[in-house]
Design a binder for this molecule. Structure first.
Ligand code: ITT
Length: 199
């Protein structure tokens, strides 16, 4: 069966398609359905945005849709950038500008005070409005400089102690084995597999 990933972020489409490989889904992204209107992420919480993205995509397409909203929460910055992670450095900014702003906000902050968590809230919605929500987390520390070139977003500044490297220093399979998005998807998988079963 077809499952719509309610995202235009090609990195996410790739990550989630890899995680669902072998489960018999034809996974498509919003770029395959250009007629669907843009979904504005204007909710105050990750859960609100994930729900909104999945519900709008499911309603507009008639397919079951999966969306995630992810935020990086940095303890020393009172959990910023959080729900504003995509536009931390301003509207239309890119990943590099966000990382520059984060590193400069933490300048002078000691290594052990640079704790951070990636939080992913994932929503699965049906065209009739049915919805399921799951959450995944990954704890780590913000580095003092960019490290690695894989992944996307804040990956080059997010150090994972258990692995001894940043997310951007990991191959895609390594990131997928421990990431916040993979953890959320792991919890969501039984619901997704039920859909295939009931279809
Ligand atoms: P969609 O809303 O279209 O899915 P997005 O890129 O806007 O894509 P989010 O709102 O979920 O994605 O994520 C907000 C930002 O958090 C995103 O722009 C990245 O900078 C960052 N981010 C999300 N997942 C990440 C990951 O796995 N690794 C590093 N940074 C990530």
């Amino acid at each position: 069966m077809r499952l719509l990933l309610a995202t235009r972020n090609q990195h996410k489409v790739r990550e989630i398609s890899q995680l669902l490989r072998g489960d018999g889904f034809e996974v498509i992204g919003l770029d395959s359905l250009p007629a669907l209107p843009e979904i504005i992420e204007d909710q105050p919480t990750l859960e609100g945005n994930a729900r909104k993205k999945a519900a709008a995509a499911a309603q507009g397409s008639g397919l079951w849709a999966l969306a995630d909203d992810t935020g990086l929460e940095v303890a020393a910055l009172w959990r910023a950038p959080g729900v504003f992670s995509a536009r931390y450095a301003g509207p239309g900014c890119d990943f590099a500008a966000n990382n520059r702003k984060l590193l400069s906000a933490l300048q002078g902050t000691a290594a052990k005070k640079r704790a951070a968590v990636f939080r992913t809230v994932m929503a699965l919605c049906g065209p009739d409005g049915a919805a399921m929500i799951e959450e995944g987390r990954l704890e780590g520390f913000i580095t003092e400089e960019l490290r690695g070139s894989d992944g996307f977003g804040y990956d080059p500044v997010f150090f994972v102690p258990a692995a001894g490297k940043t997310l951007a220093e990991m191959k895609p399979e390594e990131k997928n084995a421990l990431s916040h998005r993979a953890a959320a998807l792991e919890k969501m998988l039984p619901h997704i597999r039920n859909l295939a079963h009931d279809a």
